[in-house]
Write a protein that binds this ligand. Sequence first.
Ligand code: DX5
Ligand code: ZN
Length: 217
Amino acid sequence: MKRIISPSMLSADFGNLERDTQMIDRSRAEWVHIDVMDGVFVPNISFGFPVMKPIRQATSKVLDVHLMIVEPEKYVERFVNDGADYVTFHIEATERAEHCIELIHNAGAKAGVSIKPATPTDAIRDILPKVELVLVMSVEPGFGGQSFMPIAVDKVKELAAMREEMGLDFTIEVDGGISSKNAALLFDAGAEALVAGSAVFKAESPEQEIINMLEAK
Ligand code: DX5
Ligand code: ZN
């Protein structure tokens, strides 16, 4: 199974966004995770369109945009136009999930759907055939630096079983409280992409922490 690390720019130094993005660009991380928060879907506000351009210019890696915003269908196209390769929205944030997926695809990107810790995997069963990515939250969305919630491991296993049973090939990604200490557990459960914010950016050597996650046993 493939192993991908997606460092979360939420934990980067915004006074040195270009430097931090270039560091990820040199590292073995294949994706760059961009957390967009609106202060409505989650009790925090991060950043939006203005960070897309400097990040896109500083790296050729896959831009993995995680929208924690209500009515994502209003904004998904613009994120694609600004350079997103994957645009992931929350199933809890929209009544129009299929429309949202269509807009992302028509704009030329891959579509992801995310579930909060309290949302069962069954809530997205019907749309699994339409997405390229499923993002399992292992913390309540809104903040970096929280503790990993083990319920995410069961959800990854359920999704891996659903993927097999339905003959699909979406990527399973997990986000929140992940480091080289629990990476192996998630990869072994069937996840292929892991998001890490504080573990990477607070490490003495971010590039080494990425390697440690990729090689975790
Ligand atoms: C939380 C965000 C995460 C966050 C992860 O709402 O979706 O991507 O940056 O940060 P850590 O790895 O510190 O839990
Ligand atoms: Zn995220």
